[in-house]
Ligand binder design. Structure first.
Ligand code: ADP
Length: 936
């Protein structure tokens, strides 16, 4: 401060100097250097002002430098020793242009001191600034006391410039300065402030006097309080906000700061300066911000989802109420510090950390699923969305939403399950299922649908022409009509069936059901369909129909059969009963007696044959018929059959028919088959041939043929009879199948013969068929039939030894030493056997129950043989046999059964019997068997 002497200081010093000089004058000191020179120079040398003394010798035209003090030497940057005594204008030529010379002259001439601020310009800028005070010391001497103010003035100028700039800047930034004088307690401000608030110039000037009166009373109080705190040095500076009323009576917000800049000696504040700034806009912004934050917060409270904010470390800084609700933490927990990781299950940490870093690197998260954990350890799934919070382009934290997806998950799971169920169902059902839009675009079709329709399903389903092409030609018309119906009634269920030709060219039947699908608003928006391949059902259905027809037919046949059977049975029964009745007559002749017995015998045989047929059919159908194959020469066998039928031809009085046996010219071939059954087949065929032929020829024979690498005997019976209509050819092999039997004169027959023959031939691994032309006398077409059947030639004849048939002795022995036990509960049969055996001399024991039989065996050791009936009233024949064998294991037991339905022989042998005979017993066979067991 000392260095920069203010103008005032300079004045003070000069006046001091003047006073000193005047003192010197008054004390009669010499005016020039009469003054104590040492003192004078002492003063001058220590003066901080530059002092120069000039002398004029030519009345003020030229001035010579007489003295320069130390300071002047310093300011002028000269060596005073060199320039003292020189002409002023020579040493300092600039005095002419600066006006200093003129100023000296003026003071010299007027005698009045002159204040002369001297400036030097260079490039339009003041480069030198000196403040001179020129004083006339005597007639020839002038004193110039001066100071170089260049630096000070430059600074002052710069300060002025700065202040101007500052004022402009302050105005631009709405800053206004103010000052408080603590002594007067007056506040003064920039006039601009009031103008800025809309007041007129004159009003503003008024306010200048009473600044502070416009401040809001509350804020005023607050500001006074703050200033007081500041003045007591409680606060280092003042910073506050207050409202000032504008011209329109509105309160405008200002911010103010300031500082006490002057204190008195007692450290009391004297001056306070500061700036105020209009912050109304910022305030409004802040209010809006606060308002929107308020809004946000109240909305956040209402939100059903969790809203959160964290810092960069994941420490939660804000959450809405929902968060406390679902995570079970309290606001206190949050205050104490809660990291986002604490609401995640431990296994999620690693993934969450990676994701957190990604978001912090400014990536927005699209939603990550985590397992959350509550304060009490409850777990549930959440979906977390987060965005980075940025400030000045730096990420300072995270903000996001957490959604509890437990319900969503459950629904998703349920949906998944139901979808899975649907998928399983739809992919595994054999029925085709599809869903399509109302404009016939296929949305879904299950695999079965593709199986039925093929890979082009979509194409076919979406283009009716293609569909029609796929439909069987015979069903196309019906399907075209059906489609029309479907289109007209899209909201109805439609059923229909049609055939298609599939990729393999196969005709398949489809059953189709299409139905409407509605959306949640009950609006029709899709159609779905189910197609089932019902080809098998259709086939079954037609088979069922055929079976039904057949059953009805067979029902009819049965009725016919029963009528026939009744006839067949009654006829021989009539004969038997009628002639048996006649036999009772004592007067009949011996010849008649014999004739009657023959008739009874013949009728009985006929009846037995019928029963045998029925039993055979039953056995074949039950799969119970067993074969007894053996090796036999064919030719003699056929001769035997032929001979038998020669006799039959005679009996039938059909000698007019030419009957031939044709045997191929070859070695006598051998056949391995069931001879009995082979004879039975021939018997049936030949019987029919004779039955249905009136005249012409009947041939029988065989050929050896080869088919598919196998050799067969092909037997045949050919006749020139009535023939068989073509459509009945298959029917005749059915049980009871007869072609209009009433048409024929020969009404004998049950319709079982061919059924039995076919069954037997198939058991013998052969086939039967017929070539026939039906006789039509009106068309003069003669009929004929040739029945063929095959038996394979089995070259590898079974090596298995057949159980040898009991060899029957040809010669009959006398039974006089024989005791036979007859076990039989039927009195007639018993009587018959008793008489028969006795007739041949045997002793006959009789038992009607099993127990009786056992007792008799126990008590009569002479019994040699037992004839055992199987069906007995108490214990059956098998058990009786076993108990008899326990008593006497060697006693032969021959079973006699009337069942004939089962494999009797096997069953009897298995149950301990030695042999078996079917009822009615053949006398010869019985005697042969008894002979065999007693004398062999
Ligand atoms: P049945 O001869 O007892 O009636 P079959 O089963 O032996 O029974 O024959 C069935 C039917 O086949 C006969 O009723 C007859 O209509 C027809 N049939 C069988 N053989 C001949 C044949 N040689 N000529 C004409 N029709 C025959």
């Amino acid at each position: 401060m000392d260095k920069l002497h203010s103008h005032q200081n300079l004045q003070n010093r000069i006046s001091y100097l003047e006073k000193e000089l005047l003192k010197a004058k008054s004390s009669a000191l010499p005016l020039t250097f009469n003054l104590e020179p040492r003192l004078f120079f002492e003063i001058c040398e220590h003066s901080k002002n530059a002092i120069a003394i000039f002398e004029t010798v030519d009345h003020g035209n030229n001035f010579f430098i007489r003295y320069l003090n130390f300071k002047a030497e310093e300011i002028e940057s000269v060596n005073r020793k060199k320039i003292i005594g020189t002409n002023l204008t020579d040493s300092f030529p600039s005095v002419k242009t600066s006006g200093f010379l003129n100023a000296l002259k003026k003071v010299y001439q007027s005698g009045h001191p002159e204040d002369f601020p001297a400036t030097m310009f260079s490039s339009g800028k003041i480069i030198e600034w000196k403040q001179n005070y020129i004083y006339k010391l005597s007639d020839i001497l002038l004193v110039s006391i001066y100071i170089d103010e260049t630096e000070h003035r430059t600074k002052e100028f710069e300060l002025f410039e700065h202040r101007e700039k500052l004022e402009i800047a302050m105005e631009a930034a709405n800053y206004y300065s103010y000052e408080i004088d603590f002594q007067t307690m007056k506040i003064s401000t920039d006039l601009e402030l009031y103008i800025h608030l809309g007041y007129s110039d004159s009003e503003s000037k008024e306010f200048l006097k009473k600044a502070g009166s416009l401040i809001h009373p509350e804020d005023y109080k607050k500001a006074v309080n703050l200033i007081s705190q500041h003045s007591r040095k409680i606060k280092p500076s003042l910073k506050t906000e207050f409202r000032i009323k504008n011209k329109r009576g509105q309160w405008v917000w200002f911010s103010a700061n300031g500082k006490i800049i002057e204190w008195d000696k007692n450290s009391n504040p004297r001056r306070f300066v500061g700036l105020v700034k209009n912050v109304q806009e910022e305030k409004e912004m802040l209010f809006k911000l606060q308002e929107s934050e308020e809004k946000f917060k109240s909305l956040a409270t209402l939100l059903p989802e969790v809203i959160y904010e964290t810092d960069v470390h994941g420490n939660i800084t804000f959450v809405n109420l929902k968060a406390y609700d679902i995570f079970e933490y309290t606001p206190d927990d949050l205050k104490k510090g809660l990291n986002v990781m604490q609401i995640l299950a431990p296994e999620e940490f690693e993934r969450a950390t990676i994701n957190l870093e990604k978001v912090l690197e400014k990536e927005n998260s699209t939603g990550e699923e985590y397992q959350a954990i509550t304060k009490t350890g409850k777990r549930f799934p959440i979906l977390v969305y987060s965005n980075p919070i940025k400030k000045n382009n730096n990420v300072v934290g995270l903000r996001g939403i957490i959604v509890n997806i437990t319900d969503h998950k459950k629904t998703q799971e349920q949906l998944k399950n139901s979808e899975e169920t649907f998928r399983q169902l739809s992919e595994n059902i054999a029925d085709g299922f599809w869903l399509r839009t109302l404009d016939e675009k296929v949305i879904y079709a299950n695999p079965a649908c593709y199986n039925i329709v093929g890979a082009r399903l979509k194409e076919i389903f979406e283009d009716f022409d293609l569909y029609l092409n796929w439909v069987h030609p015979d069903d196309r018309k019906q399907i075209t009509e059906q489609r029309q119906k479907n289109l007209e009634k899209q909201d109805k269920i439609h059923f229909y069936e049609h055939r298609i030709i599939n990729q393999d060219g196969e005709i398949r039947w489809l059953w189709i059901r299409t139905f409407p699908v509605y959306d949640t608003n009950g609006k029709l928006y899709r159609r779905a369909g189910i197609a089932s391949d019902i080809t098998t059902q259709k086939k079954l259905w037609s088979e069922l129909l055929a079976a039904k027809e057949k059953a009805e037919e067979s029902d009819k046949l049965k009725s016919a059969f029963l009528a026939n059977m009744s006839h067949e049975i009654r006829t021989p029964m009539n004969g038997i009963l009628g002639f048996a009745e006649l036999l009772k007559d004592e007067n009949i002749t011996e010849q008649d007696k014999m004739d009657f017995i023959k008739i009874i015998d013949s009728n009985s045989k006929q009846l037995l044959s019928l029963i045998n047929d029925i039993i055979d059919v039953a056995k074949i159908e039950a799969g119970q018929l067993t074969l007894n194959k053996k090796e036999t020469e064919i030719n003699p066998l056929l001769c035997e059959i032929y001979q038998l039928f020669k006799k039959e031809q005679k009996r039938l009085k059909k000698e007019n028919i030419t009957f031939n046996l044709k045997i191929p010219d070859s070695e006598n071939p051998v056949i391995f088959t069931d001879i009995f059954r082979l004879k039975q087949i021939f018997h049936n065929l030949l019987s029919n041939a004779f039955k249905f032929t009136k005249t012409g020829t009947i041939n029988m024979g065989y050929q050896i043929i080869s088919e598919n690498g196998r050799s067969y005997y092909r037997f045949y019976v050919a006749d020139t009879g009535i023939g068989i209509p073509e459509n009945m050819v298959h029917f005749i092999y059915e049980r009871f199948g007869q072609v209009q039997p009433q048409k024929f004169t020969n009404k004998h027959g049950t319709g079982l013969g061919l059924a039995i023959s076919k069954g037997l031939i198939e058991l013998l691994e052969g086939k039967i068929w017929v070539d026939s032309v039906e006789q039509d006398l009106s068309q003069k077409i003669s009929g004929h039939s040739t029945f063929y059947f095959t038996i394979p030639i089995n070259k590898m004849f079974s090596s298995k030894k057949q159980k040898p048939e009991v060899k029957l002795k040809q010669k009959m022995k006398d039974f006089s030493t024989v005791s036979i036990l007859v076990v039989e509960d039927d009195k007639d049969n018993l009587e018959f056997l008793r008489r028969l055996l006795r007739k041949f001399g045997a002793t006959v024991f009789i038992a009607q129950t099993g127990e009786e039989a056992i007792q008799l065996v126990k008590t009569n050791t002479q019994i040699n043989l037992v004839l055992m009936d199987i069906r007995l009233p108490d214990i059956n024949g098998f058990e009786t046999t076993q108990r008899i064998k326990e008593i006497n294991p060697k006693l032969p037991v021959i079973a006699q059964t009337a069942y004939a339905m089962y494999n009797d022989r096997e069953i009897c042998l298995e149950n301990g019997c030695d042999d078996y005979m079917a009822k009615p017993l053949n006398r010869d066979i019985l005697f042969k068997k008894i002979n065999q067991y007693l004398y062999n």
